[in-house]
Design a protein around this ligand. Structure first.
Ligand code: NI
Length: 179
């Protein structure tokens, strides 16, 4: 088990577009294993490779906090093939500490990618899983959820952040929201 450090906003590492994986090597498998360990330890329900400083198109997602591992998704070069509907979800991010905000995304997505044995994976997702997949794929394009909120909500963040700094108390965090 190896837990890696999570890169935090405003580190510019998080802004870079990640490269597709061209070959799944032992190193890739180790990276994915470490990403899974890091996600569970955080705790969070999703993690992108760039969040541990590796600019490759790899994500892990497990929204089932009751039975961790049972529905774990490990996706290499994930792509959204289809998106429909609209949903607003309160999101947080392991790389954006002490902040959550409502973000509007597609309600349902079909995501395709490869697993760590280079088998094709297709996921039809809705609810939190759909949100988590879109959130993680955003990370691969250098995008954070705070890039998707209104100026009004960003201002709210600033106020919360100032309050946090003033009181020295971190805001409440809900592990279910950390993706
Ligand atoms: Ni995130």
């Amino acid at each position: 088990m190896a837990i890696r450090g999570i890169v935090k906003y405003p580190d510019l590492t998080l802004k870079q577009a990640c490269l597709p994986v061209t070959a799944v090597t032992g190193e890739t498998v180790r990276l994915i294993r470490d990403m899974v360990d890091t996600m569970y330890a955080a705790p969070g329900v999703g993690l992108a490779a760039i969040q541990v400083g590796v600019p490759q198109r790899i994500i892990v997602v497990d929204i089932d906090v009751e039975q961790p591992g049972k529905n774990l998704l490990k996706l290499i070069n994930p792509e959204i093939r289809r998106a429909e509907g609209e949903v607003t979800w309160e999101e947080g991010c392991l790389s954006v500490v002490d902040f959550t905000a409502e973000v509007r995304r597609a309600a349902r997505v079909e995501v395709v990618g490869l697993d760590d044995r280079e088998r094709e994976v297709k996921v039809d997702a809705e609810g939190l899983l759909s949100v988590a997949l879109q959130h993680e794929i955003d990370h691969l394009d250098g995008k954070l959820f705070i890039d998707r909120i209104s100026r009004l909500k960003r201002n709210l963040y600033t106020r919360k952040l100032k309050k946090m700094l003033r009181t020295g108390k971190p805001l409440r965090e809900n592990p279910r929201l950390m993706i």
